[in-house]
Structure formats: C-alpha cells, structure tokens
Design a protein around this ligand. Sequence first.
Ligand code: C5P
Length: 348
Amino acid sequence: MTVTVRSFAKINLGLYIGARRADGFHDLRTVYQTIALHDVIRVKVGRGAGIEILCTDSRVPCDHSNTCHRIAERVLDELDTSGKVTIEIEKRLPVQGGLGAASSNAVATMLAMERALKKRLTQAARLRIAAAVGSDLPLFLVGGTALGVGRGEEVYPLPDLPSLPLVVVTPEVGVSTPTAFADWDALSAGELSSAPPTIRSTRSPGIPAADAIELTASRASDRLFEVGRALSAWLTAKDLPHTGAPVRNGSRAGSLLLDLVRTGIENDFEKVVFPQYPELRDIKAALERIGAVYASLSGSGSTLYGLFRTRAAAAAAVQRLSRQGLIARPATTLTRAQYWTKSLVAGR
Ligand code: C5P
C-alpha cells in the first residue's frame, strides 16, 4: 500500500534570534504558521530492507542526508521493525526557501510510515524523533499557529489565526540557514563593520530591535524575554476575537493579525540576508507597496510573503508581481484543523 500525504509549508510571523548556545544552536522565539502550499510525499513499505528516496528535482539529495531518510531510519528503530521503505518526494515547494519544506517532508514521511506499517508512535516519541532530525520539524506535528522556543523545536499550539490570504514570492536564490545564523553571530559581535542600511526606524514600543547594536549574551536573552512578554500580551489581549470581543478593522482576521503586527514583529534574519541579497529587500518593499498588511522574509529565506486582507487583493498582487517577472503564488494560512484535515490524502 502506498500512503500519500500533503506536506505543507510554514511561514514565520516574527523570528527573534538570541545567543548562541553551548551546543552551537541559537535560542529563538518565533510564531510559526502553516500555509496551504505543499509538496506531496508517497511512502511504501515492502519486503526487504533499506531506504530509497525518489525525487526528480536535482536539488534534493536522495542519500542518507535527506531529512526523509534520516527520519525513516529512526522510525524503523523506534518501532523495532524493518522493511524496504520507498519515499517519493513530489517537489512543489522551494528548496532552501525558508518555508520548512525539508522539515515538513520528514514529518510527512513519519506519519505516512506509521500508516503504511499499521503501527503507531506515541506523540512523545514523534516529537522526540522530529526534534532529533531538525529544529523546524516538531511544528509540523502541531500545525496551525504555533509558538516556537528553545532552538525552535519546542512548540506550543497558539489560538489559531483565522485563515488569511497571502502571497508567497519565491526568488531563485537559496539561503543556507547555518550560514545565516553564523552571519547573525558576526553581526551581533559587531564584526560586520558596515551596518545594514535599511533597518526599520518606525517601531511600536512592543519588541526591542536588535538593529546594528552589539548583542551580548545577556542582552540577547533580555531581548528574547521582552519578545516573550510582547507575544504573551498579544495572546492575552482583552479584545482578541477568541475572547468574544468586538471586531475591529473590517474583519476578525485583520484585527487579530494587526494586533500581532502592532507588537512590532520582525524577522532578525532580514538583517543579515537583505544586505547580501538586496533584491529580497526590494520584493518585501514591493509587497508592502501593493497593500500587504504585513510582509516579511520567512525563516532565513529566500521566500518572502505578504499577508493581505482579502483574496481579491492577494490575487491582484500576484498579477502585479508576476508582471515584474517574479514567481508569486497566492495561498492562505491553514488553521490547525485545516492542516490536519488536508494533510492526509485518502484512498491512495
Ligand atoms: O536544526 P536544524 O538542522 O534545522 O539546524 C541547521 C543548522 O542551523 C544547525 O546546525 C545550526 O547551525 C543552525 N541553527 C542554529 N540555531 C537554531 C536552529 C538552527 O544555530 N535555533
């Protein structure tokens, strides 16, 4: 039996990088949000042994370095079983795009293997295995809107943002996440003498910017603490729609999102990625110009997204960006329930 799973992407609604830890990872705070763009993963378990990855996209490694391969090994071990596992990756999402595709592919593989083997892992085992393969994997075991802390692997479901229209722009460049973290360290240590020129100057009082200041370990952790406070204030605000309060700014979605945007969310990776790829900064500016409520780099990029108030506004934005030669796609954010309902492709 072949089990087919949609492997959805994520965006980051704000991403704050703290100090480099003793294990080489960085503490961070982020709000993850799953979106309705996906790869497709097909898993078959037959007689024999070994793990085979099939993918026609030459940018995707088909050896043991593939996250799907790495998770498959662990799933077989954990379930104390064997078999010949064939994993087909139908690539639709960008590679090294900041949309978490490789992480999502791995989680989809784990869930599909459980079905193919007719065995279940405990949720604790799934989370443990996912975190061992990569920091961005556990969020795909939660879906919807989720808070990420620690190195990003510690995830907590948040009250879902309602489904929102967005536009996803995928530039041709791929950005290496480890390199982006290393560049952040260099920037924080003041080693980059020329500060990036376009750091936002208009800010809400909510979250302190790192800007081009030197971040000592304690300042970095103070800043993450502030970020946590601002996010907590957002979540506990009296006028959040889920508390049954009045709706402002036209729609519930707009209201809740604007509350989050007002906390001053930003993605620290922009400060190291934009100076290296100025065209990405231009795309963000273009998204803002054509009416995005909020535009940002996702993860370490190179994907940028813009959130829009209506599907019509998002569709118009896609047309305008496409005319400029950009690869722009319309999408919506996925609530937790939508994420789980749509992930499994029945009867295949
Ligand atoms: O966990 P993942 O495999 O996605 O991380 C890839 C690399 O990104 C790590 O080896 C590390 O260099 C960097 N990283 C980090 N801090 C994090 C997450 C990732 O420094 N919170």
